[in-house]
Design a protein around this ligand. Structure first.
Ligand SMILES: CCCCCCCCCCCCC/C=C/[C@@H](O)[C@H](COP(=O)(O)O)NC(=O)CCCCC
Ligand SMILES: Nc1ncnc2c1ncn2[C@@H]1O[C@H](COP(=O)(O)OP(=O)(O)O)[C@@H](O)[C@H]1O
Ligand SMILES: [Ca+2]
Length: 566
C-alpha cells in the first residue's frame, strides 16, 4: 500500500487518554501516545498494535459532532449539553465505522474523540465528511480493488410474511437506524401480496429517484425484486424476453438483501452470513458484486430467471411439499426434506448441455469464489471483448452439446455456491458468482444409504461429488426433457387418438397408480415452483449487481487492517 500524505494530525482524547490521531485520504488512525512510547521509545505508525487502532476511510459509516446527539438525562430527548469552559474534553466528535466480528459478520462500532477546541473539532468532522464524499466522486479503488459507490436514496420492499415473519421488525430495529445514521433516505413499501414488489418495480416505480433497491425477506422475495428490475430493464431496452437468443441488458440499479427469510442462500453466498446488520453495512459502504442470471424458457416462452438453485427431483419435491407447510416457517424444509428423502423418488429424462470452455475452471477445482475473484474478473473482461467483437463463443458456434440420458434422484444447476446455514459450503462449493456459468450436478439413481451419504456431505467437509453416482459439469446452457414428454411422438399421438396433453396426463395418472413408473417432479427455481418440466436454460454473465463484495478471504477477516500504514 503506497504511503498517502496526511490530511490531519492532532492530539485528541479518547476516554480521557491522549491519542495521536491522523487522517489521510485512505485511513483514520489513533494511537495511545503513552503506550506507544512505552513499547518502542518512539512513535509507532501502522497496523493494530498495542494502543493503536485504524479504520479505512471506505469503512467509515458516518461522523457526527458529539453535542449533535447527546441524550438529555432527564427527558431522554436529544439536546445540546452546556459545557464547562475549563474542560479539556468539552468538544467531541464520534466516528462510526465497520468492525468485523465473527464468521464474516460486520458490526457498526464507534469511537469518540474529545478536544478543547471547537474549531478543531469542526475541522475533523468536515475533513472526514469531505473524504467520504470523495469516495463517490473520485471512484476510488478501495482495499479490495473494487469501486465503492455509496447510495444516498434507496427503495425498500419488506415481505412481512417471509421466514419467521420478522421482516418488518428486523428492518425497523436493526437496519433503519444505521441507514439514517449514514444519511441514506429511503422509501419503504411493506408488501401486501405475493408479486406486489415485482409488479411495482416492473411498471410503476420511479427508478430514477433511487441509487438501489433493497429487499427484506428470503430468496423468494429477492427473486421478485430481481424479476421486476430485469424485466423492466428489458422492456425499456426493447429486448424480447421470450427469445432465448436475445442478449439481455444489464440492470443499472444495485440490489441489497436484508435477510429475513427461511434459507437466505443468496445473501449467505454473497456476503458470508445471514446477519441483517452486516448486509445493511455492505449497502452503506456501497459495495458492488456482479452476479450471473439464468433465463429459463419452455420452447419460445420465457418462464423465469434464476440466480441460485434450479433443482429438479429432490429439491423440487422438497419445495413442492414444503409449500403446503408454510405455516411452520423455516422448519417446513426440514420436515419436507426428511419426507422427500424417505420417498426416494427418481425421475427419467434427458439432460443436454454446452460445457463452459476456456479459463473457467471446474466445479471440483477447489478455487472458491471470494472477494475480487480472478475467475469472475476474467469473465468480465471476456464479456467486454465479445461485446465489442459482436461474437458468439466457440462452443456456441460449434454447437458441441453433450447429451446424457438416465434416471436421476436430483438434477441441480447451481449458478453460485448456494451456501446457506444448512450447508455452509453449499451445493457447489467452487461455483462462481459472476463467471457466466452454472454447475450442473446430476445425481443418478442410487440406494437410499448412498443418497443419504451424499446429502450429509453438504453439511461437512467431505466432497459431495466424490461418488460414482454423481456427475458435475460447468456449463453455459442446458436443457432438460422428462422421459414421457419425449415419448409424445406423432405416432404415439395418432395411435392413441388423443391430444398430446391428454395423452401425457393419461399415462401419468395410470402409472402413478400402479407405481411401476416414476411420475414427473417440479423445478425449484430459487425457491419458486416452475409450471413446466421441459426447460431450456441459458446463463447471462453479470446481468445484475448486488450491494455485496463476495465472501472475504479468511485473512481479511482475521486482520482486516494489516495493511493500515499511515
Ligand atoms: C436429510 C439431510 C438433508 C441435508 C441436506 C442439506 C443440503 C442443503 C442444501 C441447501 C441448498 C439450498 C439452495 C437454496 C434454495 C432456496 O432458494 C430455497 C428458497 O429459499 P427461501 O425463499 O429463503 O425459503 N430453499 C429451498 O429450496 C430449501 C431447500 C432445503 C433442502 C433441505
Ligand atoms: N405480503 C405478502 N403476502 C404473501 N406473500 C408474499 C408477500 N410478499 C411477498 N410474498 C411472497 O412470499 C414468498 C416467500 O417469501 P420469502 O421472503 O422468500 O420468504 P421465505 O424465505 O420464508 O420463503 C415469495 O414467493 C414472495 O413472492
Ligand atoms: Ca456462476
Amino acid at each position: 500500500m503506497e504511503k498517502q500524505s496526511r490530511l490531519l494530525c492532532s492530539e485528541l482524547c479518547v476516554q480521557r487518554r491522549l491519542y495521536e490521531v491522523t487522517l489521510n485520504c485512505a485511513i483514520l488512525a489513533w494511537k495511545d501516545i503513552q503506550i506507544a512510547k512505552k513499547h518502542t521509545g518512539r512513535a509507532i505508525y501502522g497496523a493494530v498494535k498495542a494502543g493503536s487502532s485504524c479504520v479505512p476511510v471506505c469503512e467509515i459509516i458516518a461522523v457526527q459532532e458529539k453535542d449533535d446527539d447527546t441524550p438529555c438525562k432527564n427527558t431522554g430527548k436529544w439536546q445540546k449539553v452546556p459545557q464547562s469552559p475549563a474542560d479539556p474534553c468539552q468538544h467531541a466528535f464520534t466516528v462510526f465505522y465497520v468492525e468485523r466480528t465473527r464468521q464474516h459478520c460486520w458490526w457498526c462500532s464507534n469511537v469518540t474523540f474529545h478536544c478543547s477546541d471547537h474549531s478543531l473539532c469542526l475541522l475533523w468532522v468536515q475533513t472526514i465528511r469531505e473524504q467520504l464524499a470523495l469516495l463517490n466522486s473520485e471512484r476510488r479503488v478501495n482495499y479490495y480493488h473494487t469501486f465503492a459507490n455509496r447510495p444516498k436514496s434507496l427503495l425498500v420492499y419488506i415481505n412481512p410474511y417471509g421466514g419467521k415473519q420478522r421482516g418488518k421488525q428486523i428492518y425497523d430495529h436493526k437496519v433503519a437506524p444505521i441507514f439514517s445514521r449514514a444519511s441514506i433516505s429511503t422509501d419503504v413499501i411493506v408488501t401486501e401480496r405475493a408479486n406486489h414488489a415485482r409488479d411495482h418495480l416492473k411498471t410503476e416505480a420511479d427508478l430514477k429517484k433511487y441509487d438501489g433497491v433493497v429487499c427484506v425477506g428470503g430468496d423468494g422475495m429477492f427473486s421478485e425484486i430481481m424479476h421486476g428490475l430485469v424485466s423492466r430493464t428489458q422492456q425499456e431496452a426493447g429486448v424480447d424476453e421470450n427469445s432465448m437468443e436475445e442478449t439481455l441488458m444489464p440492470c443499472g440499479l444495485r440490489i441489497g438483501i436484508i435477510p429475513a427469510g427461511s434459507t437466505d442462500c443468496i445473501c449467505y453466498a454473497t456476503v458470508g452470513s445471514n446477519d441483517p446488520v452486516t448486509s445493511a453495512l455492505h449497502i452503506i459502504v456501497g459495495d458492488s458484486q456482479a452476479m450471473d442470471i439464468c433465463s429459463v424458457h419452455n420452447e419460445d416462452r420465457f418462464l423465469r430467471y434464476s440466480v441460485s438453485l434450479l433443482g429438479y427431483g429432490f429439491y423440487g419435491d422438497v419445495l413442492t411439499d414444503s409449500e403446503r407447510k408454510r405455516w411452520m416457517g423455516p422448519a417446513r424444509y426440514d420436515i419436507s426434506g426428511v419426507k422427500t428423502f424417505l420417498s426416494h423418488r427418481y425421475y427419467e429424462g434427458t439432460v443436454s448441455f454446452l460445457p463452459a470452455e476456456g479459463n473457467l475452471g471446474s466445479p471440483r477445482d477447489k478455487m472458491q469464489c471470494r472477494t475480487g475473484c480472478s475467475v469472475c474478473r476474467q469473465s468480465s473482461s471476456d464479456k467486454l471483448v465479445s461485446k465489442n467483437e459482436d461474437s458468439v463463443s466457440d462452443a456456441e458456434c460449434q454447437d458441441t452439446w453433450t447429451v446424457i440420458r438416465g434416471k436421476f434422484l436430483a438434477i441441480n444447476a447451481a449458478s453460485m455456491s448456494c451456501a446457506c446455514p444448512r450447508s455452509p459450503k453449499g451445493l457447489s462449493p467452487s461455483a462462481h458468482l459472476a463467471d457466466g456459468t452454472t454447475d450442473l450436478i446430476l445425481v443418478r439413481k442410487c440406494s437410499r444409504l448412498d443418497f443419504l451419504r451424499h446429502l450429509l456431505r453438504h453439511t461437512n467437509k467431505d466432497d459431495q461429488f466424490d461418488h460414482s453416482f454423481v456427475e458435475v459439469y460447468r456449463v453455459k446452457q442446458f436443457r432438460f426433457s422428462p422421459r414421457y414428454q419425449e415419448c409424445d411422438s406423432e405416432v404415439d399421438l395418432r395411435e392413441s387418438g388423443v391430444t398430446g396433453k391428454r395423452f401425457l396426463s393419461q399415462i401419468c395418472r395410470e402409472h402413478r397408480a400402479c407405481g411401476c413408473m416414476p411420475s414427473q417432479s417440479n423445478w425449484n427455481c430459487d425457491g419458486e415452483i416452475l409450471p413446466h418440466t421441459a426447460i431450456q436454460v441459458r446463463v447471462h454473465c453479470q446481468l445484475i449487481k448486488l450491494f455485496a463484495r463476495g465472501i472475504e478471504e479468511q485473512q481479511v477477516f482475521e486482520d482486516p487492517y494489516a495493511h493500515c500504514a499511515i
